[in-house]
Design a protein around this ligand. Structure first.
Ligand SMILES: Cc1ncc(COP(=O)(O)O)c(C=O)c1O
Length: 369
């Protein structure tokens, strides 16, 4: 008998499916212009202060980075107004989600998520040999009551993504209060705020969720520089949690989670309030332009607090995606989130020119449908 070389969880493991790269679409269709609006990337270029910080760091590349980036931790603590012991930095929000799975999840545990939501919660959990309980939305809101009712003695983590990917809707402060007060203390609550700065301009977005872990220690608030500062290619994110969880998540995984360029860029971006405010403004304008266009089509969208919009066209999303792709616009079709969402699609915001390009191509698709 030969022994199995691979971990048993790998047998059924399905990794995250990244959208098709621009280069592949260009090769396939021979197009000059392609707009990739499928991965919620910031289309306004990276933060200039982050770029400058990267340039200044280039001469240091022969040295290993600090595994605990001291100056960055101090600056983040000041920026957030929480003690640095409550913060842990990582290789993007996604890197931290994997560290979180490795820190908490045993085989046989359960996690609870909304359906639909960001798939990395389920994927990282499955590799740890645990299962995911998906709780459907209640219309265009989270069903907090049903999420609480799904908790049992196996529940290790509840993930709440706000703004939620792919829908873009948020949890209100009443809903967050209900979840925080209804969860047993020994269940970890993860509040994924990867799009925080884009949502925080809305009056009804609950501000200062980063303070929840100070009173409910088994809570993790996750944020990222990928979207707000145009640094998805650099990989930097952080969590705010209890000092105990922060130190344990920090020790899991490779020693050097952040390279020198990511540390430098993260510090530069934190100072770049001008860039951040510009992007928040431009993003809101792009969202309004999309929603105004969808209204003329009679399409319904979720209320978006993010840099993407989730819309029901009533059309088959796989075909809609393919027709747009062959015309040079890449979106994310709803069927990827299951049968229920097969007439939806998600598109990321962009510059006014990109939004107009998408509208022109969509008109062409509809004319030839
Ligand atoms: C909800 C959510 N959380 C986390 C992430 C991970 O972001 P990053 O790893 O780029 O920080 C994403 C990326 O799209 C996301 O949509």
């Amino acid at each position: 008998m030969t022994k199995s070389l691979f971990r048993s969880e790998l047998a059924a493991f399905k990794p995250y499916v990244q959208g098709k790269p621009i280069e592949a679409v260009r090769r396939e269709y021979g197009l000059d212009r392609i707009e990739k609006l499928a991965s919620n990337e910031n289309q306004f270029g990276p933060s200039p202060l982050a770029v400058k910080a990267i340039e200044d760091e280039l001469g240091e590349l022969i040295f290993y980075p600090e595994s605990y980036p001291f100056d960055l931790m101090n600056e983040l603590a000041e920026y957030l107004d929480v003690p640095k012991e409550n913060i842990c930095v990582g290789s993007g929000g996604e890197g931290l989600l994997w560290q979180i799975a490795m820190t908490f999840i045993n085989p046989g545990d359960e996690i609870i998520v909304s359906d639909p939501t960001f798939d990395v919660y389920r994927i990282s959990t499955s590799l740890m040999g645990a299962s995911t309980v998906q709780v459907p939305l209640d219309g265009q809101r989270f069903d907090i009551g049903a999420m609480l009712a799904a908790v049992n003695e196996r529940t290790k983590i509840v993930y709440l993504c706000s703004p939620n990917n792919p829908t873009g809707h948020i949890a209100s402060s009443e809903e967050i209060d209900k979840l925080v007060s209804g969860l047993p203390d020994d269940v970890v609550l993860i509040l994924d705020e990867a799009y925080y700065e884009l949502a925080a301009i809305a009056d009804d977005y609950p501000k200062h969720n980063e303070r929840i872990p100070l009173t409910r220690p088994n809570t993790i608030v996750l944020r990222s520089h990928s979207k707000t500062y145009g640094l998805a290619g650099v990989r930097f994110g952080y969590i705010i949690t209890s000092p105990d969880i922060a130190s344990r998540v920090h020790m899991v995984g490779p020693t050097f989670k952040l390279n020198r360029l990511a540390i430098a860029a993260a510090r530069g971006a934190l100072r770049d309030t001008e860039y951040r405010d510009m992007y928040v403004r431009e993003n809101a304008a792009a969202r309004d332009a999309l929603l105004a266009y969808y209204k003329t089509k009679g399409w319904t969208s979720f209320p978006s607090y993010s840099n993407f919009v989730w819309t029901d066209t009533g059309l088959d999303s796989q075909r809609f995606f393919e027709e747009l792709q062959r015309r040079g616009v890449i979106i994310r079709p709803g069927f990827l989130w299951g049968e229920k969402w097969k007439t939806y699609f998600r598109i990321s915001t962009g510059t006014p020119e990109q939004m107009q390009y998408f509208i022109d191509k969509t008109e062409n698709v509809l004319k030839n449908w």
